[in-house]
Design a protein around this ligand. Structure first.
Ligand code: ZN
Length: 259
């Protein structure tokens, strides 16, 4: 079962290295490091799977992000009807990954048990944790759970032939990465296990931390999933848009095909 895999960019934010690397304290080595925001899409003959859903324009304004375009509309340009999508993987529940879940009324959402437990538990309202989610996004997923639409994974699972998820934790309690079989080999969507190529290449965790030790382990997990033909796609690196060809004519600078 081979999938075509796409990365869809929908927002950006100016950032600096000191904001992107945990424990980066040297002001002389600080430099601009733009953050891009993505969702991903995997399509085979039988299945369409959306991986993360991005945030809305309203949340972009509130959080002062540069909103480029609604990622759900870009799905339509890739011939995907969001209202008919039946499989959505949620890598984790931070605001930039789950804000458009309500635009997928037919979807089953695949999420790690520990991620949902965390955001409905005692630490969700605390300082840093509270700041990286939108309450309404979490509440929506709680409702979808009662609607029977949440599919819980504890660790590793093949959710469809050719698509597996692996819990890494680290950046969030139940962060999961996704491995997808594509024509040329596997595509590993690292999501926030590696925001940038540099995090993984230099073993330098991002500043947003749930468990720092697990963030180091997550680099090893991502590497262990890859072989020579694998493509590892970081979660927030603008380079992804330059590294890969446009998804199709007309989507230059909007979506790229990564596998
Ligand atoms: Zn995150």
């Amino acid at each position: 079962m081979n999938y075509q895999v796409y990365a869809i960019e929908y927002a950006t934010r100016p950032a600096r290295a000191s904001e992107n690397f945990y424990g980066h304290h040297d002001p002389h080595e600080d430099y601009a490091m733009t953050m891009s925001y993505y969702i991903w899409l995997a399509v085979s003959k039988e299945h369409t799977v959306v991986i993360d859903v991005g945030f809305t324009e309203e949340v972009a304004q509130k959080r002062k992000r540069t909103f480029l375009r609604c990622p759900v509309n870009t799905l339509r340009k890739l011939d995907v009807d969001p209202e008919a999508v039946s499989n959505v993987v949620i890598t984790h529940m931070h605001y930039d990954h789950v804000g458009n879940a309500h635009k997928f009324p037919q979807a089953n959402f695949f999420v790690q048990e520990s991620e949902m437990a965390f955001w409905t538990g005692k630490y969700a309202s605390k300082g840093h944790f509270k700041s990286v989610v939108e309450v309404e996004d979490i509440v929506h997923l709680v409702r979808e759970n009662f609607n029977g639409r949440l599919h819980f994974v504890d660790g590793t699972a093949e959710i469809l032939p050719g698509i597996s998820v692996y819990k890494t934790g680290g950046h969030s309690a139940g962060l999961q990465v996704v491995k997808i079989q594509s024509e040329g080999g596997s595509v590993i969507l690292a999501s926030d296990a590696s925001h940038y190529y540099q995090n993984l290449e230099e073993n330098r965790p991002f500043t947003g931390v749930y468990n720092l030790a697990e963030m180091y382990d997550a680099f090893d997990i991502v590497r262990s999933l890859a072989d020579e033909s694998s493509i590892i796609v970081p979660g927030h690196d603008p380079l992804v848009m330059q590294q890969f060809p446009a998804a199709k004519s007309g989507l230059e600078g909007i979506a790229v095909r990564v596998g």
